[in-house]
Design a protein around this ligand. Structure first.
Ligand SMILES: [Zn+2]
Length: 276
């Protein structure tokens, strides 16, 4: 399984997953179809399916044009508001593309119909991958807009947080620096936060993406996965996990407004490749 990381718009990521034996390709969160099709053409793969994490325009706005350009394309997701949707997925459903398996994980929080996609390949030593959209980011998560704190807790801690630790995390936005600056405010004594933040600053200087991380890493520095940890509870002044999460979301939202706007990423790199 090969994953092309394609930076688009202000700070979004679009992905192309390639099954290397059958040369079938699956796209995740198509915001800029022409950009995607250039890469599909260059790779010589056959694009059959779009997996959309949620209905927001910066994740789904390219679906209609892509479907027009590629008749027969399957556009899948869990929310009826996703444009050009051909079939609505349900939680726990499994899909298969050659040797690649996909488990659909409903992860409400940012939106009520947010789906994350867990992928692994049969008879392959490569670690699995999760495409987590705006449910889980490197060092943080998307704003809670449509679900309860309890639902978001289940999505983050129970659904995503229990995936194998070696799982590669491919998220929807390059928000890593801001996320980790907030994580440092929450846990000033956490060495993992400090180390990841200095690494992320270096990546930013080199204009390189910070995806993928691994779930095991996220559990060490991402405060939204660490709501049961003592320093995180202490920061929020709460004890119940969903209440800790709710307080973190509120703090994160005001931190975002106070922070300097991040520099838009340069567009010099058309696509970066992760994996062998
Ligand atoms: Zn969104």
């Amino acid at each position: 399984m090969k994953v092309k990381v394609i930076p688009v718009l202000e700070d979004n990521y679009m992905y192309l997953v390639i099954e290397e034996h059958t040369r079938e390709a699956v796209a995740v969160d198509v915001a800029v179809p022409k950009r995607l099709l250039e890469i599909v053409g260059r790779e010589g793969v056959s694009l059959t399916t779009v997996l959309t994490t949620h209905h927001h325009w910066d994740h789904a706005r390219g679906n209609a044009e892509l479907a027009r350009l590629r008749p027969g394309l399957a556009v899948l997701g869990a929310d009826e508001r996703i444009c050009a949707l051909t079939r609505r997925l349900v939680h726990g459903e499994e899909l298969q593309f050659g040797a690649i398996h996909v488990r659909c994980l409903l992860t409400p929080g940012h939106t009520s119909g947010h789906m994350s996609y867990f992928l692994w390949e049969e008879d392959c030593p490569d670690p699995p991958a999760v495409f987590s959209g705006d449910a889980l980011s490197v060092g943080g998560c998307g704003l809670r807009l449509e679900s309860t704190a309890q639902q978001m807790y289940q999505s983050l801690v129970e659904t995503l947080g229990t995936l194998p630790p070696e799982t590669k995390v491919f998220c929807g936005h390059e928000h890593t620096l801001g996320n980790l600056e907030f994580a440092q405010k929450v846990e000033p004594g956490n060495d993992h936060v400090r180390a990841k933040l200095s690494w992320a600053k270096k990546r930013d200087e080199d204009d390189m993406p910070t995806v993928p991380s691994t779930l095991g890493e996220e559990l060490l520095y991402n405060p939204f996965l660490r709501v049961a940890e003592e320093p995180v509870c202490k920061f929020t002044g709460k004890a119940a996990p969903a209440e800790v999460l709710e307080a973190l979301c509120r703090e994160r939202a005001s931190f975002e407004r106070a922070a300097e706007p991040l520099q838009p990423q340069a567009r010099a790199l058309l696509a970066l490749q992760w994996g062998p």
